[in-house]
Design a protein around this ligand. Structure first.
Ligand SMILES: *Cc1c(COP(=O)(O)O)cnc(C)c1O
Ligand code: SF4
Length: 446
């Protein structure tokens, strides 16, 4: 792209990617804009949770006049409330030199294990096998779609404080899983003709160089794998580093790859993670969207609902409307998963439903492609459809959008209304029943 246009769109301080972490944050000018109490919290809490950001996020997305309440500040900077007081104090005093580095490490590990580092049976239940051999870096939970985790894509341009893969980024070794090539994937797909799509995910696959990404994707584009009709790439790069598609050295190569995927006859869906409409507002993000769409790829919007970040209907209706105007398709609103600092970020299901419904009511039909609120839970993706009074009882109406057994999809089921429930485990079946309809089969299958 032309140098002049580039300068207009991508500011000089955000042209080259540089990760900002615990070790160099204090030398950023923005550090001085953070209060001493918040700086302490960042130091302490980032011992437990991963912290990574970059200049684009600092300069273009955070409104420093609104810190610490600013949504993007909450999105990337560790917050005091993410740890319980006793744990916060323990880490703080250990850091102040009252503990050996060894003792600090042990303390941090102990705290991490209490934070449910690996929710919803991700590792143990969804890894497929071929002739009895588990295939690392693959997950197959729902019939049509296989998830693929390429090794070099297991990081992100910045980390979300609420990330459900935080344990992996924090380096908890036994939780790492990724694929170093595509051979297993191709072999697995050949063995299962029911699979029609591959979702490349991470981390963020768009942290990979275009040539690395190409190495993983090209083998899927051969005519013999005609069964693969759709390719999805899960990414937050449009939010955290839109330069990836605009001014990075290999931005054009990346777009060429997208074009080749489309030319092979596949639908390419960029599953964009957007936490807040501010992420769509910069000129470089807008240009990134235009350039991606010009390859024939579609961009869909999905994100979890997170307290302190996007827990208001206005934020969501703005995100969806802004998205639609830019040619994006609103897809999913998720409920925050049961891991990490969930108690700081959680919104009860009843509140999530209120926010979703209010936002949904405000937007045109074009934005009502969105579905939510959704719990990506062990049995499947469960949507809270609404509440109702049935047989004299107030209930949540639920349905599955994806399920371990496809026959479960779309069947309404009912839970006792509970204003404080935050996850499927908290819900009890309505009408005096002992179990939800799927529970027996689920217990047999696991
Ligand atoms: C969400 C998800 C998918 C894709 O589901 P869609 O409803 O098709 O978007 C596939 N696999 C897993 C494990 C998922 O969580
Ligand atoms: S972009 Fe996704 S994987 Fe990366 S830190 Fe955020 S939630 Fe986690």
């Amino acid at each position: 792209m032309g140098k002049k246009l580039l300068k207009q769109v991508v500011g000089p301080s955000t042209q080259r990617f540089q990760a900002i972490t615990r070790t160099n944050i204090a030398s950023q000018p923005d550090w001085q804009l953070i209060s001493p109490a918040d700086r302490e919290a960042i130091r302490v809490v980032s011992e437990v949770f991963p912290f990574r950001t970059n200049r684009y996020v600092l300069r273009e997305l955070i409104d420093w006049n609104r810190v610490p309440a600013d949504p993007v500040f909450q999105l990337v900077f560790p917050q005091r409330g993410m740890l319980r007081s006793a744990e916060y104090e323990a880490v703080r005093s250990a850091l102040e030199g009252r503990a050996s580095p060894q003792a600090l490490r042990e303390l941090v590990t102990e705290i991490r294990f209490k934070l449910n580092p690996h929710p919803e049976g991700q590792l143990t239940h969804n890894v497929p096998t071929l002739a009895g051999r588990p295939l690392p870096g693959l997950q197959h939970k729902y019939r049509k779609t296989v998830l693929f985790f390429p090794a070099q894509g297991q990081t992100c341009h910045a980390y979300c404080t609420y990330c459900f893969r935080w344990a992996q980024f924090a380096g908890m070794p036994e939780l790492k899983f990724s694929a170093s090539g595509t051979d297993d994937l191709v072999e697995y797909l050949r063995s299962d003709p029911d699979v029609t799509e591959v979702l490349v995910t991470g981390g963020d696959p768009m942290v990979m160089k275009a040539r690395v990404l190409r190495r993983y994707i090209e083998p899927l584009l051969v005519p013999e794998l005609e069964q693969i009709r759709n390719l999805r790439i899960g990414t937050k790069a449009i939010s955290y580093w839109p330069q990836r598609f605009v001014s990075d050295e290999d931005a054009d190569d990346c777009l060429r790859l997208f074009e080749e995927i489309v030319a092979s006859g596949r639908h390419l869906a960029v599953m964009g993670h957007f936490s807040h409409p501010v992420e769509l507002g910069t000129s470089v993000a807008r240009l990134a969207v235009q350039r991606i769409r010009s390859t024939g790829a579609e961009i869909r919007i999905q994100s979890p609902l997170i307290r302190h970040i996007n827990d208001s209907p206005e934020v969501w209706s703005e995100l969806w409307q802004q998205g639609v105007q830019m040619g994006l398709v609103p897809y999913y609103m998720f409920v925050e998963r049961d891991t990490g600092a969930r108690s700081y970020f959680e919104v009860p299901l009843a509140g999530a439903l209120d926010i979703f419904s209010n936002a949904y009511n405000q937007v045109s039909g074009l934005a009502r492609t969105v579905r939510g609120p959704i719990m990506s839970a062990f049995p499947g993706k469960v949507r809270i459809v609404g509440t109702a009074n049935l047989q004299g009882e107030r209930v949540f109406v639920l349905e599955m959008l994806q399920a371990r057994n496809p026959d479960w999809v779309g069947r309404p089921f009912f839970a006792q209304y509970d204003p404080w429930a935050v996850w499927l485990d908290d819900l009890r079946p309505a009408f005096g029943e002992q179990k939800f309809f799927f529970e027996e089969e689920l217990a047999e299958g696991s």
